[in-house]
Design a protein. Structure first.
Length: 283
């Protein structure tokens, strides 16, 4: 299964047989006070910096979220997308709960973008899937519905099947729906990570689709979150995740090493290239 995303000049293939694709998460003001302040002040130099740094660190796609209370996200989303694509040449992942902001962003994003996200909630299905079809985009599908996020992997699989079926009704191909089985914090539920890993394996086996994960939720509220995130990323990719929304500036090494150990990096060329690109410490 291959999901193709495009910018104006670059194509990214998310492939169940290929290396993991990194979606840079840092252009998101949620919990990011410096970015929220920059957006409120109209200081977009920081946005440009985040875009450049993430791509330099290995991001294949950039997630863009402009949800700041008091700001007009419908006006701001296309403005920030145009700014980002003037700085870097990777495809865009549009991240908003507001369908109007998604539509405004899709109208200016070049190539084939990724929408983050639809879910099994009826209102979300009706609002988001027609946009995905109209703009020829791909979409991340969250395994939650009007009853919330189930703990049972079989129930998450059923929600994934429902979303795929609804997408097919509109003519959205299966390869353009990337399933996100979701992860909750293990600080509140020690089985949360295991449930997600089992969901990844089940969805991969039953549906054969690409699978996304936003891994950082798993460590919320815990000390040494970085170690927990690193470990969970590696386990998730081993279970079948094919793209991850994460911080490439901190975790690109884990992604490259995991691909290497899973036999997806012939002669370790991608790992060596990544290592050689790191800033050299003074002797």
């Amino acid at each position: 299964m291959k999901t193709i995303l495009r910018s104006s000049t670059k194509e990214v293939c998310i492939d169940i047989q290929g290396p993991v694709v990194a979606i840079g998460e840092k252009i998101n003001p949620t919990g990011h006070k410096k970015l929220a302040a920059a957006l409120q002040e109209g200081n977009y130099d920081y946005v440009r910096e985040l875009a450049r740094r993430q791509v330099a660190a290995g991001a294949d796609v950039l997630d863009i979220n402009v949800g700041v209370p008091g700001l007009d996200d419908v006006a701001l989303m296309p403005e920030i997308i145009k700014l980002v694509i003037s700085e870097v040449n990777v495809p865009i992942c549009l991240d908003s709960p507001n369908p109007l902001a998604l539509a405004a962003g899709l109208a200016v994003a070049p190539g084939k973008s990724l929408v983050n996200s639809v879910s099994g909630e009826e209102a979300r299905l009706q609002a988001v899937l027609p946009l995905v079809k109209a703009y020829g985009a791909a979409v991340i599908a969250l395994t939650m519905d009007d009853n919330g996020i189930p703990n049972d992997p079989e129930e998450r699989l059923a929600i994934a099947e429902k979303i795929l079926e609804r997408a097919a009704r509109l003519g959205i191909p299966t390869e353009d729906v990337i399933i996100d089985p979701l992860v909750m914090t293990v600080g509140a539920d020690s089985k949360a990570g295991l449930n997600t890993l089992r969901s990844i394996e089940l969805i991969r086996q039953q549906l054969g689709v690409n699978i996304n994960l936003g891994a950082s939720n798993v460590s919320f509220g815990l000390p040494d979150r970085h170690t927990v995130n690193q470990t969970f990323l590696a386990l998730s990719i081993g279970a079948g995740a094919t793209c991850v929304i994460t911080d490439p500036m901190k975790l690109a090494g884990v992604l490259r090493a995991t691909d290497l150990l899973l036999g997806r990096d012939e002669y370790a060329m991608r790992f060596i290239k990544w290592f050689r690109s790191l800033p050299k410490e003074p002797v």
